[in-house]
Design a protein around this ligand. Structure first.
Ligand code: MN3
Length: 198
């Protein structure tokens, strides 16, 4: 299927100072749009034209780097916009919170591991909460790679490419990840993905 750029699920200024309208305008209108435009060009003649987005991501990994990078980043950003909401952060829905405690020790330990994953991803990439073989795991990936190509289902991802935070936080990636977890995460959407993956 052709890749399509969705509108943001909120206004450009809805995330306030945690993620500015300027960041969202560049990130969505320029960066995400470029993945869609370039991905559609590279999809032509790839043999994956009729496949779903997940099949395109998994089918191009390791064999068609250009298509993979753009299609995977399209997938990642489709969810990234929904992984945030105005007045996000806060309480984690009960079932998911219980599994975080069971598999990762506690909510604080999860947040510490997720933060470390984001901080230690050298260069561009993502920090993740994913479900792998029935267990929650914190992961990090480079560039456009995501848990889908490592046998896991992505439940929450934080974009740690500089384009995601440099306008608002300059080089302070720790401050950005803290704001993401404390003030931006849309836990209802994460819980929805968790229930669907279970
Ligand atoms: Mn990005």
């Amino acid at each position: 299927m052709a890749l399509e750029l969705p509108d943001l699920p909120y206004a450009y200024d809805a995330l306030g100072t945690y993620m500015s309208a300027e960041t969202l305008e560049f990130h969505h209108d320029k960066h995400h749009n470029a993945y869609v435009v370039n991905g559609n060009k590279l999809l032509e003649g790839s043999g994956l034209e009729d496949k779903s987005l997940i099949e395109i991501v998994q089918g191009s990994f390791g064999s068609n780097a250009g298509l993979f990078n753009n299609a995977a980043q399209h997938y990642n950003h489709l969810h990234f916009w929904n992984w945030m909401k105005p007045n996000g952060g806060g309480a984690i829905p009960g079932n998911l919170e219980a599994r975080i405690i069971e598999d990762l020790g506690s909510v604080d330990e999860f947040k510490a591991a997720f933060t470390t994953a984001g901080l230690t991803q050298f260069g561009s990439g993502w920090a993740w909460l994913a479900l792998k073989e029935g267990r929650l795991e914190v992961m990090k990936t480079a560039n456009g790679e995501n848990p889908l190509v490592f046998g896991a289902v992505p439940l929450l991802g934080c974009d740690v490419w500089e384009h995601s935070y440099y306008i608002d936080y300059r080089n302070a990636r720790p401050d950005y990840i803290k704001a993401f977890l404390d003030n931006l995460v849309n836990w209802d959407y994460v819980a929805e993905l968790f229930e669907a993956a279970n």
